[in-house]
Design a protein around this ligand. Structure first.
Ligand code: AHM
Ligand code: MG
Length: 337
């Protein structure tokens, strides 16, 4: 077996190595992760070409080779669906881009144990300015009986049931962060060999952070308790390491990647126009909360753990406060009044 301490370890080798630590593990999760990693390598290639849109043509335009150009988020969605449909382990998917879930009904898929949920290209409005964007995913064991297509109840499970989750950030380098109950590990894409290689072992979200991240331009729409909390974040109090620095990219994967590595608090709260905020429970908040919790942080709606929210619909939104323990706890204390 591969020595886990050798210099270079690919994502595939790593998950196979992890699987072998457990005699009952079947390797299905490694297969799924390899398939998702493959889809993300295709997406990465297209994302890297995004700046050439004026040369290659925008969505709907026909390029010099006579091919129609696709919008990147549509492309990312199609690639993930195609790869997972042909995966040996996936019974169906739900995507932020699709109104309804897709149950794969071929002979193999109806006997597959897992369903996958994803946001194929989050933060896509950042593409135009060359800022980082990402793919977010999570994997559940289905609860419907094998032998038939999966059903909506497979997708409306609490985040607590997640088996594994991750994201890929298309940034200054491309990185896949993968979380399971065994911990959180980061893999950087080595373009010359086209492999995600282990680069960030056993990632932990620092317990104490000093950065807060929110669209502060919306302050007029926030309630008084939240405004009070923002005043706290900006207050002069050296003894409590205040004020905190404010950082907001407006791309959840990028903001949370920084939060995971450097510590901090990311928020997308409710406001007077959006009672549940903006971000989706199933495709954004659940996978990210799982990753941050497995790294020692907290993901909360302000009232309860995100992972404990019972989903009632596929595209449900929830307010989110997520990141370093000390900061999320402080936010909860103040916003509860
Ligand atoms: P999207 O799924 O349409 O890309 O929207 C989600 C994005 C997140 O990445 C980010 O945190 C948020 O929207 C930013 O929203 P806002 O511009 O309102 O601050
Ligand atoms: Mg999104």
């Amino acid at each position: 077996m591969m020595n886990p301490n050798r210099h270079l370890m690919t994502l595939d080798e790593f998950t196979v190595y992890q699987t072998r630590q457990f005699s009952h593990a079947t390797g299905e999760m490694s297969t799924l992760l390899r398939d998702i990693g493959l889809a993300c390598k295709f997406i990465n290639k297209q994302v890297n070409k995004a700046g050439l849109v004026d040369i290659l043509g925008a969505h709907g335009a026909v390029n010099v080779q006579g091919e129609e150009q696709m919008k990147l988020d549509v492309f990312a969605n199609d690639v993930l669906i195609n790869v997972l449909q042909h995966s040996s382990e996936c019974a169906g998917i739900a995507s932020e881009e699709n109104d309804d879930f897709l149950a794969f009904d071929d002979d193999h898929s109806v006997n597959s144990k897992y369903v996958v949920m994803f946001d194929p290209l989050d933060g896509s409005s950042n593409i135009d300015v060359n800022a980082s964007i990402g793919t977010i995913f999570c994997i559940y064991k289905r609860v419907s009986p094998l032998g038939k297509p999966c059903t909506q109840e497979d997708f409306l499970q609490k985040g607590r049931n997640i088996m594994a989750a991750g994201y890929v950030i298309y940034g200054s380098s491309t990185m896949l962060v993968y979380a399971s109950r065994l911990g959180v590990n980061g893999f950087t894409l080595e373009p010359s060999i086209g492999e995600f290689c282990l680069s960030h072992r056993d990632m932990k979200c620092p317990e104490k952070g000093k950065i807060y991240s929110i669209n502060q331009g919306n302050t007029a729409k926030y309630d008084d308790n939240l405004k009070r909390f923002l005043d706290y974040c900006m207050s002069e109090d050296k003894a409590n390491s205040l004020p905190w620095s404010h950082r907001y990219i407006g791309s959840m994967v990028a903001d949370l990647h920084r939060t995971l590595i450097k510590g901090g608090l990311f928020m997308y709260p409710a406001d007077c126009k959006n009672a549940n905020g903006k971000l989706r429970l199933l495709y954004e908040c659940n996978p990210m909360s799982y990753i941050i919790e497995m790294a020692g942080g907290i993901g909360s709606t302000g009232q309860e753990a995100i992972l404990d929210v019972q989903p009632t619909e596929l595209h449900q939104r929830v307010p989110i406060f997520i990141g370093s323990k000390n900061q999320v706890e402080k936010a909860i204390e103040i916003i509860r009044g």
